[in-house]
Design a protein around this ligand. Structure first.
Ligand code: GLN
Ligand code: ZN
Length: 771
């Protein structure tokens, strides 16, 4: 190391990249559409990066002390790391130019696919709602420093007068998050390639050093997760080896290893035993370290400001945690617990939050301010920030006592619940009652709920939002759409119909808008993946349902047809998973409240003559905690909340659920315990592999393994669907099998939807004729 400038007193692990007005999203999408050139996109991105740096300094970070993270990405930070180390899968070798580099168009092709060439798989980033692209690594992967984008961005900032801290996914996490390539032999693990990868990271560090970087941040969150397939001993050995190697380098920037999303546990002493200079600890999700060996020699970066949620929180408590960490090392800094990628930009950008809520919140910009304040508190003493601490405590106090945060009626109802409220009658009796009530053919056909959200539907919603369309006119348009969708389903010959969800902007926000305890935002966008953003609602108070939400729509729909119509709700776990949840009570309590509101809705649907209700829980798997010790508790309350929502109905009412994935592994028992009468799952993409798990899991209720993939416009043939159905029927008794697509159809066009559903019904009829 040439110089040893100290680690900045306050920093953040990363900042939103999409821009306060989603500028990057728009720029990237217009590049994809061919409307703008790569150079124009580069320009927009550079302008955005410059604005971010200026903003961060205005908010209190230093311009010249490495406190600004170089955390920009055009699409995804794992894809960035992949391009940096040149790990392009063999099927995309043609994207690599003669100079060994991948251009911007090629970069996006890896993310989005091209023709029959599938994109990289996408999966969830730890326990957040962000999704990253999964690298594919095999013995054939050639690692070489193939992109100097990270160096160029550092130089760009330096030229503009900012000494930033480049950020990249660390080598161990990169490999732990990768999957074995198609070319890899059985038993191969991407981590086997660590020693070949490290020289590329070393070369990068040296390039950054030459460019003048003082500190570089390597993110190693995979070490906090226990949901990684690789054996822990191997991961720990890799961690030790990686940072021993990188730490020994001559001529490198100082190395800061950040470990967001939880405690490092046994990985901490391993990391502390290497020559890295600073270690970032998540003290929001994780706890203060128990094993402090080696820490005294490191800078400890206390991640005490929650990067994962939007609350202003307890500033005094955050300071106290940082002060306690100071007991382990003379060099302490403060930061966010994770990148701020998970929160929107600026509370001041929200006009419609009412009087109280804004004071309780901190989005990315407010959190940067909090970090700066705490850094001052650490260096100058508590007295220096006494005003800020008092203001934060006062906000907390106001929140605690505010109307709606605690609702006596909601709490009394939750307190009075008994075991019986969570259980329906025996399944055989239910099955008989439902068979009698519904009179469905064998292998009943249905869909997952949504039909294509056409331009007309979106425009109508936008006009309603802008006040250009009256409530009644909007409803009339939606009813016309529902009537069309019902007629279409009858024409296709489906057995259980849906209303198509045209009135829903989003399966969570729609409910959040109509439940007490939630607040929706205007500009609170966060990146979900690539250019895709979501606007999570803020769940701030006790939840209740002031009036029925879906009943009118469902009864209207049922009135249009003699076929049974399935009511459509989003489940409690998914509502929590895709909202910003309150941090002042256990999630389990919040889930109970949401479940009770849904229970009332289901009761009203049933009373209005709706014989089937589907309660979607696509997020059940994704909220599974990273630490195994937390699984049992999570599965207990999450399954419990679904049961509470659905157990109030008569035997004859059929409860469906839908789960958006096919990796059942650890959750298979939980899914059985949901006790839904029918569960639809994703299965087509894995060619029905999941039915083996279903069989092994002892499922005896109805199951609808998806027979076609809705993620692409491809129309599956009758023969193809027939073959999948036959495969399902090899493992699952015919009595249990339902026929449906993998997921909702809202992102599809009508043409392929109609053709695919026709083929699905034709395949079902062909199979029925044989059984
Ligand atoms: N009912 C929803 C739909 O059809 C389910 C979506 C989901 O599973 N993510 O769109
Ligand atoms: Zn789905």
């Amino acid at each position: 190391m040439t110089t040893t400038s100290p680690f900045p007193a306050g920093t953040i692990l990363g900042y939103p990249r999409i821009g306060p007005r989603r500028q990057l999203k728009k720029a990237v999408e217009s590049f994809w559409a061919g409307t703008t050139s790569a150079a124009e996109l580069e320009d927009t991105a550079a302008t955005l990066r410059q604005a971010t740096r200026a903003r961060l300094v205005a908010l209190g970070l230093g311009a010249d002390d490495s406190s600004i993270p170089g955390s920009f990405s055009f699409y995804d930070q794992v894809l960035d790391a992949l391009c940096t180390v040149g790990a392009v899968p063999a099927r995309y070798a043609s994207l690599v130019g003669a100079d060994g580099r991948i251009d911007l168009a090629g970069y996006f092709t890896l993310a989005r696919g091209e023709g029959d060439n599938l994109p990289l798989e996408m999966t969830k980033w730890f326990d957040s709602n962000y999704h990253y692209l999964v690298p594919e690594i095999g013995p054939e992967t050639v690692f070489s420093l193939s992109s100097d984008r990270i160096v160029r961005e550092f130089v760009e900032a330096k030229t503009a007068g900012y000494l930033t801290r480049p950020v990249i996914v660390g080598p161990v996490t990169f490999l732990l998050l990768s999957k074995a390539s198609d070319e890899a032999p059985a038993g191969f693990s991407p981590l086997d390639r660590l020693d070949d990868l490290l020289p590329v990271y070393a070369a990068l560090l040296q390039r950054l050093d030459e460019a003048g970087a003082q500190w570089v941040q390597l993110d190693e969150p995979a070490l906090v997760s226990e949901s990684i397939d690789t054996a822990r001993t191997e991961s720990l050995a890799a961690l030790g080896r990686a940072y021993a190697t990188l730490g020994r380098l001559a001529g490198r920037p100082a190395i800061f290893v950040a470990a967001p999303y939880g405690s490092l546990d046994d990985a901490l002493p391993v990391l502390a035993g290497t020559p890295v200079d600073a270690i970032g600890l998540d003290l929001v999700r994780g706890a203060l370290p128990l094993d402090t060996a080696g820490l005294a020699a490191k800078t400890l970066v206390a991640g005490v400001i929650d990067g994962h949620n939007i609350w202003r929180g307890d500033l005094a408590l955050a300071l106290e945690k940082a002060e306690r960490l100071a007991g382990f090392s003379p060099r302490i800094s403060v930061s966010t617990s994770t990148s701020l990628l998970h929160v929107p930009h600026d509370v001041d950008d929200e006009a419609g939050l009412g009087d109280d809520l804004p004071g309780w919140l901190a989005f990315a910009d407010q959190k940067v301010g909090q970090v700066a304040t705490l850094a001052r508190g650490l260096s100058e003493g508590r007295a220096a920030i006494a005003g800020d601490l008092a203001a934060a405590s006062a906000a907390l106090e106001s929140r605690r006592n505010a109307r709606g945060v605690r609702d006596g009626r909601v709490r009394a109802r939750a307190a009075a619940l008994t075991e019986a409220d969570f259980s329906r009658g025996d399944y055989p009796a239910r099955l008989a009652a439902q068979d009698a009530a519904l009179g469905l053919p064998p292998l009943p056909t249905t869909t997952i709920g949504s039909f294509p959200q056409t331009g007309d539907i979106r425009r109508a919603r936008a006009r309603r939002h802008a006040g250009e369309l009256s409530h009644d006119d909007y409803r009339a348009l939606m009813k016309a759409e529902i009537a069309r969708v019902v007629a279409l389903q009858e024409e296709i010959g489906l057995d259980v119909l849906v209303h198509g969800e045209p009135e829903r902007n989003d399966m969570v926000q729609y409910f959040a808008e109509q439940l007490d305890g939630f607040q929706v935002t205007e500009n609170g966008w966060v990146q979900s993946y690539g250019s895709r953003c979501t606007r999570p609602s803020i769940l701030w108070g006790d939840v209740s349902r002031p009036r029925p939400i879906t009943v009118d729509w469902s009864t209207y729909t049922q009135g249009l047809t003699a076929k049974p119509v399935k009511g459509m709700l989003t489940g409690p776990v998914t509502i929590l998973a895709w909202s910003f949840v309150r941090d002042d009570q256990p999630l389990a309590e919040t889930a109970t409240q949401v479940a009770l509101a849904l229970r009332d809705e289901i009761h009203d649907l049933e009373a209005a003559g709706i014989g089937l209700v589907q309660v979607d829980e696509p997020a059940l798997r994704e909220l599974l905690p990273l630490k195994k010790k937390d699984h049992a508790d999570y599965l207990d309350w999450s399954v419990g909340s679904f049961r509470l929502a659905t157990a109030g109905v008569a035997d004859a009412t059929q409860i469906h659920t839908h789960l958006c994935y096919s990796e059942f592994g650890v959750v298979i028992d939980a899914i059985r315990n949901l006790d839904a009468d029918v569960t639809s799952i994703e299965a087509a993409r894995s060619r029905m592999e999941v039915v083996a798990d279903i069989k092994a899991g002892g499922f005896d209720h109805g199951i609808g393994p998806g027979v076609y993939d809705i993620h692409s416009p491809r129309v599956p043939s009758v023969a193809e669907i027939t073959a999948l159905l036959d495969r399902a029927l090899e493992s699952i008794p015919e009595r249990q099998v339902w026929v449906n697509p993998d997921c909702g159809l809202k992102t599809r066009g009508y043409k392929e939807t109609v053709e695919s559903l026709h083929n699905m019904v034709a395949a079902t009829r062909a199979v029925r004729a044989r059984i």
